[in-house]
Design a protein around this ligand. Sequence first.
Ligand code: FCB
Length: 443
Amino acid sequence: MTFPEGFLWGAATASYQIEGAVREDGRGECIWSRFSHTSGKVLNGDTGDVACDHYHLYRSDVVLMARIGLRAYRFSIAWPRVLPFGTGAPNEVGLDFYDRLVDELLAVNIRPFVTLYHWDLPQALQDRGGWDNPEVVQWFGEYTDRVSRRLGDRVKDWITLNEPWVVAFLGNWLGIHAPGLCDLGTAYRVLHHQLLAHGAAIAILRRNVQDVSAGITIDLGYFEPATERSEDVQAAWREDGFKNRWLLDAVFKGHYPTDVINWVAEWLDGIDLDAVAQAAAPLDFLGINYYTRTLVEAASSGVTAARPVKPANAAFTTMGWEVYPEGLYQLLVRVHREYQPRALFVTENGAAFADVLTPDGKVHDEARRDYLRQHFDAAERAIQAGVPLRGYFVWSLMDNFEWSLGYTQRFGIVYVDYATQQRIVKDSGQWYAEVIRQNQILA
Ligand code: FCB
């Protein structure tokens, strides 16, 4: 089978992970600069100071995208490039960069998908509490307004937030992402404020952008019980509530799931739970990021009273994530049935492997090609089952700064030699180019 005509094959990146140039042209400091420059926070002391130097190399990067044949490109805007202090006077030079990037993309017929927030909050706002401060709804609105006014004549596809759950919990509870806090109550407030900010931003995008298509990107976990024992089945359902339903119910139904509210109640102090109705602004699409499955069993402690179990006989990526394409199919079908988004995109899916640049000047990454092929197949089956899946963004266009793991994880379909900033299309990238050209999955 071929994919539906016009299916948007794409690739994704994020500003802090690829741009570099963090002190250039008036850009303000972001929480990831602060965090990565704090000793012990990122593997090998890596930072995004230079990353893929995309800020300078964007023109040739777009040429590369055109060579692969991408129909769409998902990238994010660095809030502190646009508003160095988060609010107030805009930095027009920063906006100019995205303006030029968009023009380059359109010139070669690549549809730009803009993510407004992919984790690089201005440090100046973090100093005022960041996402924990209810005023962030205003701040994010102001930023959304600025960017959409500037780019909205040409960019029609907008994603408010990338993975609000990860922002809240890895950044404010587990402390392994910026800003590095360790408090579950804070994480819940941060998540709540992100959801309110999302709802407010959708209204602003509708006002500013003619023919807008606006949505949000949520990272969904696929949880399965390790055994058929009822306590494990319940544990998997709790994990699902903690990670998936909390967000999906908020965004599509305007309330939080009652079962989860009951067992996390002690961390919800001071949150006006009913206010989350504002997060349920009608969306044009839902973006799903999917990477792996988690097998779980019941445990006697922990917030969800569940713990992960390592599956036997499974294949893993260098992230330690199990390769499990069936989870993508199951999630797409389930979200379609239970929440009925108007359209769906896979806004991220991909794999990190230990790539080597061989003497022939190539990267023979069969494992990544297999990973993608199996996941494309899951997507195709979901389409056949009636899921309105409109496009697929591979994570990532190129190797980049993988947050707390620095440059140790290579996710790209394009290899980056960080010493020279040379780009080399991996075998998986060549294969993907052919998939796009024929609009069907190739062996
Ligand atoms: C997602 C992030 C993305 C990238 C991938 C591997 O959680 O959105 O930036 O780091 O994981």
